[in-house]
Design a protein around this ligand. Sequence first.
Ligand code: 5GP
Ligand code: MN
Length: 341
Amino acid sequence: MELSQQSIDALRSLIEGAPQKMVVLSHTNPDGDAVGSSIAWAEALRQRGHSVTCIVPNKYPYYLDWMTGIRDIVIYRNEADKAQQAIAEADAIFCLDFHTLSRLDALGDVVEKNSSARRVLVDHHLNPSQSFDIIFSHPEASSTSYLVYKLIEALWGAESVTASQAEVIYVGMMTDTGNFSFSNLTPDLYRALAVLSATGIDIPQIYNNVYNSFTEGRARLFGYVINRKMKFLRKGTVSHMSLTEDEMRRFWFQQGDSEGFVNYPLTVKKMRMSAIFIEHSDFIRVSLRSRGNVDVNLFAARYFEGGGHKNAAGGKSFVSMEETIARFEAAVEEYASEGLL
Ligand code: 5GP
Ligand code: MN
């Protein structure tokens, strides 16, 4: 992966000038990569004298609570005034791990209407919108945290990466690659990992903090959804599951508890696509995963007003659970009839 020298030069002149007010933004339902890349990049900017506020639209999942610096992140849903003020006053806004302001929900309007800051995109989703002044858009990168590593390396050298940055960058790399099991695992990613490891971070501890810290309710909900809700279509090559608000309440659901469920059907041989539908008060969140050539980014865009990556995407549905499932099953048939499955 090559970063554009022109974009690096533009970024350097933005960062290495006089101290400025800066904002680092990431997407709704922030995950390990959103939070990890934001914290690491904010630290890099602060080291160069800038005053930095990290903002996300809503709360991150509880299994990331342990991350150093996470409590400094402003959650727009809880502290709208503080977020609005930081955005209005910012000279530069960094958009990390998303490709269009619509991924920020209501916070996107705040950026659109209340800010004349220079905008920098650092992201690995497909099809970025063009309303950015400096763009680092790399769909071939396995995580945005890896991109942040590459920016720091290009600007100030690998030796400038601190242990605290290495820890949160590692979280983003690990979570977005399914603990280094998905696509785009390049030799250069492992060179970056060697640099992170050399800072002395405790990799097994990071793994435990993220993946072995769920609640009993989550374990029981997982058993329930796999046993009772997982349906197979098209000779076991497509799967879907659903969770209603009522079912989630029965298992003391907390945000983050359904993390990873959608991956599980792909452990079945021949499975090519997996979906989960999760009910919220005003819509149903759709999560999609696939293997190989099955493009769920296109599927999410076509049928569920969403997008993402080729093998991991999401969207929304504004009809009932039954109708969402019926529409999904019809969409699968249409997709298959076009040879896309
Ligand atoms: P997840 O299923 O983990 O929520 O999301 C998987 C991927 O799909 C992520 O890369 C995420 O950015 C993307 N994604 C999830 N929901 C949406 C959505 O509503 N719109 C778009 N454009 N992308 C989404
Ligand atoms: Mn990501």
